[in-house]
Design a protein around this ligand. Structure first.
Ligand code: SAM
Length: 472
């Protein structure tokens, strides 16, 4: 039985409702009148329901898909401007007691090197990340109550925030660890984390149970209800995602939006971000063994539809995607990307010998952070290292309220420019610096609010004078 406000996974992600939605979408995929009405509704920038969005996903009429793409681009510009926030994952430990069949960290994999960073090794990793210019991390770990208990994760977060190397600092630590208890979420909140990210992998219960045959992650309800527990524990920024390739993408897409609707209905705030990872080759894992891989075109269509369905939710694309695919989807609504990522434990400070690989999956985009920043600037995006919202307490419903009223532009635009300036002064190559300074000049000109403009000029000047204001 479908009930968006229920706290039971099988009721707010009702299989019956998803199947009805897919049948409704199939029945209406050529219904031009309905499709036009849905696109018109999306133009109001208040989002779409999972049913409406599913009709557009099923629709294959080229002119209509084109309209969706154009609208996604416009909404992206209205809500996020041309800013792209940058971050890097930091793998703490690949010890894991689960049996996820798509992940090389699964317990039965005996030939992958098992590693867990010591606090001294974290200092080395974070120093290397700060030397690139990173300010925002997503920490990653396998699930293992003995090797990676919550106390270990908390200690790592404390160490990460304490490292101040040259002008560097990690100002926001997002956390991607296995579903846990309200009590542990409360501890994470107290440790000052940014977003709590947990991918659903698949919303299809039967497939979920097959794909997670052993270990605590096997429990579909416990995993699916994790965000409710996180919010109960006081974490108000949560990040959703599914691993595309495992199940039928249309099923996942409807489930993802239903999950977002559920969080909004119960907690008054939807997901802070949505990630769209696709399954990749990894040690012991061949992605072609999974039947539901999606093409780059379908991937782009999903990104565009997420953008118009939940306009105020950030969208994240990782280095699982190549430069070419990232270029295709950036304008369709992506707000955050990772750069220069290593998916191995300890991979930033030292290159791993191949026979000791601890890598989670192959990275497609292997460029350095400077190359990524340079590339973004050349495409007229503002690479942003901003973490101000979180530092100023603009999280959860406060962030959403600002974002929905499009006020966030007055804060984010100048803050992005200031953090870019900081990056250019402290870390950029000469070419990137020259290009970036010119971009900052062009973008400062565009600010219309005189007060905002003056503050931006003053802060940018302060940064050239060597001052660093960690409010950003
Ligand atoms: N252990 C934590 C959990 O259970 O959610 C999360 C951390 S895991 C390091 C991060 C994510 O990587 C997983 O949620 C999964 O979606 C993704 N992942 C696992 N294997 C992958 C593969 N072969 N290709 C792409 N992504 C993969």
């Amino acid at each position: 039985m479908y009930n968006v406000k229920s706290l039971k996974a099988e009721e707010f992600i009702s299989d019956e409702e998803i199947l009805d939605t897919l049948a409704y979408a199939d029945a209406n995929k050529d219904n031009v009148e309905l499709i036009d009405a849905i696109i018109d509704k999306a133009r109001l920038r208040k989002g779409l329901t999972h049913r409406e969005a599913s009709v557009l996903l099923a629709c294959e009429i080229p002119e209509k898909i084109d309209e969706v793409y154009k609208l996604a681009e416009q909404i992206k510009k209205d809500f996020y401007g041309n800013r792209i926030v940058l971050f890097a994952p930091l793998y703490l430990s690949n010890y894991c007691v689960n049996g996820c069949v798509y992940c090389p960290y699964h317990m039965k994999n005996k030939h992958i090197a098992r590693k867990k960073l010591t606090q001294e090794e974290i200092v080395k990793e974070v120093t290397a990340l700060q030397d690139m210019g990173h300010k925002r991390l997503a920490i990653e770990a396998g699930e293992d109550p003995v090797n990676n208990p919550i106390e270990y994760i908390l200690e790592c977060i404390k160490t990460i925030y304490s490292i101040k190397h040259k002008n560097g600092a990690i100002r926001r630590v997002n956390v991607n660890i296995a579903a846990t208890t309200v009590e542990n979420y409360r501890k994470l909140k107290e440790a000052g984390i940014g977003t709590y990210i947990l991918f659903q992998e698949t919303y299809h219960k039967k497939s979920y149970e097959k794909l997670h045959p052993t270990g605590p992650k096997h429990d579909y309800a416990y995993h699916t209800e994790a965000m409710d527990r996180a919010m109960e524990g006081g974490i108000d920024d949560v990040g959703l995602g599914v691993l595309f390739g495992l199940e039928m993408y249309r099923y996942e897409f409807a489930g993802l939006l239903m999950h977002a609707e559920h969080l909004e209905a119960v907690h008054g705030v939807g997901p802070h971000t949505i990630s769209v990872p696709r399954i990749k080759h990894a040690d012991d894992i061949d992605p072609s063994a999974f039947d539901n891989g999606i093409t780059d075109d379908t991937f782009a269509k999903i990104c565009a539809l997420i953008r118009i369905s939940v306009p105020y939710t950030g969208m994240i694309i990782s280095t699982r995607e190549s430069q070419q695919v990232r270029e295709k989807v950036l304008p369709l609504g992506v707000s955050q990307i990772s750069g220069a990522s290593r998916t191995s434990v300890g991979g930033y400070a030292e290159a791993e010998p191949e026979e000791e690989s601890s890598e989670q999956f192959d990275v497609s985009d292997q460029r350095t952070l400077d190359e990524v920043v340079n590339w973004l600037i050349k495409m007229d995006y503002i690479p942003s290292f901003c973490t101000a919202c979180y530092r100023e307490g603009r999280t959860g419903d406060r962030f959403m309220a600002l974002c929905k009223s499009m006020q966030i532009l007055n804060c984010c635009h100048p803050n992005a420019l200031m953090t870019l300036k900081e990056y250019l002064e402290d870390y950029a190559s000469e070419e990137t610096r020259t290009l970036g300074m010119a971009l900052i000049d062009r973008e400062l000109e565009k600010i219309t609010n005189p007060k905002v403009k003056q503050t931006a000029y003053e802060h940018i000047h302060d940064i050239s004078e060597g001052k660093r204001d960690f409010r950003f």
